[in-house]
Write a protein that binds this ligand. Structure first.
Ligand code: FAD
Ligand code: MG
Length: 588
């Protein structure tokens, strides 16, 4: 699906390097010795019994300790762009590889093999000048007060087969992503497949093949076979839609030839609670996708809210009439969005964010209510500051001559800083049919000549009263996560500047309070592959492209954005193999 933008993002992330190929070579081939981190462990009375604290040898280095939790888009993007030797970095993640999630739906049907989309994290972090170590473990608790994270490894020697340890930090970077959201609907956890990790995609692939083998066994009624071959996808977002399209192609291009007896019995249903699938895309794409799926025989049930799942049936309520229907199924893939991980929920309670749904950071990605903790990617959201919270401070800063009124000239001098600190102002100006800020001020003052516009504080408030409505949360995409990783790495590369109190209503060129720019997301577009070699793309400037040529654009963008030459070669050879020989249906 989507965002080739995020790939562009990745290449932007490597902005420090002159060319994409250079940066890829740098990131994948960079050798050199990895400075070993002292793993001397000592007992610490503050830690829970049996746990150990791993700490750097005091005499060895005065480097500041940075702990990165997670080896996904955000974490790896940070690590790849960090180039200051003044840190000692420890990466903690239960996954010792980076997974190229946009190709996970392709893994579910064997279009691409699982190993082709992963890169070992140790390969990614072996840099000459940065001191990085990696621990394969899960963070189970963040202790904000004592600046420690408690971890659990499955590679353990304890009696329960685990190993627990604690790591202390000067800076903590939380990039642990999110988990699938079941909305506590009964039976979902037990009976549905999720599509979040590489293992999930492999499991789905096996289950699809199992279903065809099972339905082909002798002495089954047609109804039984139909039930086994009923594949239900819950959620019509980009992931659910792409999976349904992949599955349709797998069944119709490959499996029909191998299972002629049951070929007409397989069915795919998408249950979507909203009025349309792909609702985050332009209407032209939504319409095209719905019509294509109709032609393909994929049953899209809109306004269908799942309320319960048992081992045999899935029950959904129809929007509007509230009618309840139960559908027998063979396999369900649950793809309805993401929720907060338990370790983050616990951390949020510690720092006074217990009432929030998602961990909040400021625009510099610093977790609100903490010191030296940053969060990025799917596990957090930026709590964008409102203009109205700072309106008086903005006014008095902008009113240079202290006249108690603001002229167009005075406002023009600070508008760039305002737009940087409060991106909603720029969005507001862009979305409104006004030409520039003069028109914005005129709106509050009435139709007067530009030179005579002078606003008092109340009129200024009224001119900007609507801008905060333009604030939007960033989407949970690899594109955002990767951009945030790049941003934070740059921030760490220039930490001294960043530390000079970045907050404040306005920067004001030269005499700035925030010397480090707040994070700014740049949306570069999204892809939605729809099967049958057809892809839709929504690019910046509302440019829409749909069809086979867009599918080729998708191939080239995804190939070019692979994190290493190795995975690029593997992915391209998988696509070629699929074109020539079709997908492999062996159950291994
Ligand atoms: P992740 O990439 O999920 O990484 C989280 C990391 O944290 C993992 O390494 C995990 O093992 C680790 N971790 C988890 N728990 C702990 C813990 N307790 N302690 C330490 N480490 C932990 N986005 C796009 O922009 N374009 C796409 O085409 C696209 N396609 C997608 C397709 C699928 C099937 C899926 C599931 C997602 C897709 N996304 C896409 C979304 C994108 O993958 C996420 O937005 C992105 O992965 C978020 O990055 P992250 O680093 O926050 O989290
Ligand atoms: Mg003035």
């Amino acid at each position: 699906m989507r965002s080739f933008s995020f790939f562009q993002k990745v290449s932007r992330a490597f902005h420090d390097y002159p060319s994409l190929s250079h940066l890829i070579v740098v990131s994948t081939v960079s050798g050199g010795s990895l400075i070993a981190y002292s793993d001397a462990a000592y007992s610490d009375s503050n830690t829970p019994t049996g746990r150990h604290v791993v700490a750097a040898d005091e005499g060895e280095t005065k480097k500041r300790k940075v702990v990165v939790l997670g080896s996904g888009w955000a974490g790896t993007s940070f690590l790849r762009n960090l180039n200051s030797p003044s840190y000692e970095v420890q990466v903690i993640s239960p996954r010792n590889y980076f997974a190229f999630t946009p190709l996970l739906p392709s893994v579910t049907c064997g279009t691409v093999e699982a190993r082709s989309i992963v890169e070992p994290i140790r390969n990614i972090v072996k840099k000459k000048n940065v001191d990085v170590s990696y621990w394969e473990a899960e963070c189970v608790k963040i202790d904000e007060q004592n600046k420690k994270v408690y971890c659990q490894s499955k590679q353990g020697m304890d009696s329960n087969g685990k190993k627990e340890f604690a790591v202390d930090y000067d800076y903590l970077i939380i990039a642990i992503g999110a988990q699938s959201n079941t909305f506590n609907i009964p039976g979902v956890e037990e009976n549905c497949h999720f599509l979040k990790e590489v293992e999930d995609a492999q499991e789905i692939r096996r289950t699809v093949i199992d279903s065809f083998e099972k339905a082909s066994l002798p002495e089954l009624s047609d109804d039984e076979r139909k039930k086994i071959l009923h594949f239900v996808v819950v959620g019509g977002g980009p992931t659910g839609v792409e999976f349904a399209a992949e599955l349709h192609d797998f069944v119709n291009e490959d499996l029909v030839n191998l299972y002629p007896m049951v070929k007409d019995l397989a069915r795919i249903t998408i249950l979507e609670a909203a009025d349309h699938i792909l609702s985050m895309f332009d209407k032209r794409i939504t319409d095209f996708a719905e019509q294509k799926f109709k032609r393909d025989g994929i049953d899209v049930k809109l306004g269908s809210m799942v309320v319960k799942v048992t081992d045999k049936e899935i029950s959904a309520k129809t929007k509007g009439n509230g009618e309840l229907s139960s559908i027998p199924y063979g396999m369900i893939v649950w793809s309805t969005g993401i929720g907060t991980r338990p370790v983050i929920k616990d951390f949020m309670k510690q720092i006074g964010q217990g009432s929030r749904r998602v961990l909040a950071t400021d625009e510099w990605l610093r977790v609100e209510g903490t010191d030296s903790i940053y969060a990025l990617g799917d596990c957090a959201t930026i709590n964008q500051r409102r203009v109205m919270e700072d309106i008086s401070a903005i006014f008095s800063k902008a009113d240079k001559d202290k006249s108690g009124t603001l002229t167009v000239k005075e406002f023009q001098e600070v508008i760039d800083d305002i737009c940087e600190r409060y991106p909603q102002v720029e969005l507001y100006l862009k979305n409104k049919p006004m030409r520039d800020i003069t028109d914005l001020l005129k709106e509050a003052k009435g139709d007067v000549a530009k030179e005579s516009i002078e606003l008092n504080i109340e009129e200024f408030k009224s001119a900007l009263s609507q801008v905060d409505y333009e604030m939007k949360h960033l989407p949970a995409t690899a594109q955002v996560a990767a951009q945030q990783g790049v941003y934070l790495a740059r921030c760490f590369n220039r930490m001294e500047e960043c530390e000079k109190n970045p907050e404040g209503p306005l920067r004001f060129r030269g005499e700035g309070r925030h010397r480090f720019h707040p994070f700014r997301y740049k949306h570069l577009g999204q892809f939605a592959p729809l099967g049958g070699e057809q892809t839709a793309a929504q690019l910046p400037g509302d440019w829409i492209s749909i069809g086979r040529s867009t599918q080729w654009l998708w191939y080239s963008v995804y190939a070019s954005k692979q994190v290493s030459w190795r995975t690029r070669a593997l992915v391209i050879s998988d696509w070629t193999r699929r074109f020539i020989f079709g997908r492999d249906s062996s159950r291994i």
